[in-house]
Design a protein around this ligand. Structure first.
Ligand code: DX5
Ligand code: ZN
Length: 219
């Protein structure tokens, strides 16, 4: 089995030294940099936009895994691609036309992801799988770091795994929210191939990033 990809969410990083934080998690063994973009409208929090992503781009060569929690999402896709996003993930509710949104992401040259909130059924991806490079299962309601893993999402991870296997394509199955070594183990058992983690990676400061990432990967 290929090793689990770890995508630290910089939402839990020190925003006053974000460039150094990105370099530090890259050096500590991260596989992707997960960037949570929130608009204070689609989700009840406001974070960063394309200008910050562009400023961070020189600090790591790793893929930038950009999770857009913004609506409407389509008008902003090219700005995030131009800023340096390698993977752009959108929510079905934010398009509002998911197929068109994924087409636009692919047309931008980025890899395309679709993210399902805890309350969004797995069937939401059934008619767009051919356009998808990544499925992001939210194991918390989007908006904030530091929440607890929602158990009911394990069945959705399994359902996504079955769908991916049927395609025969190498679609990344990523899980986001409340990931600890314990929930990491369960998410991977359910079929996840990538884990987003904010709190669990950034806790206890830069000297611990390597050990924190290793603990998730080995779980
Ligand atoms: C929540 C974000 C997550 C979040 C994860 O809306 O999408 O990426 O930062 O944070 P933890 O790992 O602390 O749950
Ligand atoms: Zn996220």
């Amino acid at each position: 089995m290929p090793r689990t990809l770890i995508a630290p969410s910089i939402l839990s990083a020190d925003f006053a030294t974000l460039g150094a934080e990105v370099s530090a998690i890259a050096a500590a063994g991260a596989d992707m940099i997960h960037i949570d973009v929130m608009d204070g409208h689609f989700v009840p929090n406001l974070t960063i936009g394309p200008a910050v992503i562009k400023a961070l781009r020189p600090y790591a060569t790793l893929p930038f895994d950009v999770h857009l929690m913004i609506a409407p999402v389509d008008p902003m896709i090219s700005a995030f691609r131009d800023a340096g996003a390698d993977i752009i993930t959108a929510h079905p509710e934010a398009g509002p036309h998911l197929h068109r949104t994924l087409q636009a992401i692919k047309a931008s040259g980025a890899r395309a992801g679709v993210s399902l909130n805890p309350g969004t059924p797995i069937e939401a991806i059934d008619n767009v799988l051919d356009l998808v490079d990544l499925i992001l299962i939210m194991s918390v309601n989007p908006g904030f770091g530091g929440q607890s893993f929602i158990e009911s999402q394990l069945a959705k991870i399994e359902a996504a795994r079955a769908r991916i296997d049927r395609t025969g394509r190498d679609i990344i199955l990523e899980v986001d929210g409340g990931i600890t070594p314990e929930t990491a183990r369960r998410a991977v058992s359910a079929g996840a191939t990538a884990l987003v983690a904010g709190t669990a990676v950034f806790k206890d400061g830069p000297a611990r990033y390597g050990a924190n990432i290793a603990a998730l990967r080995g779980a």
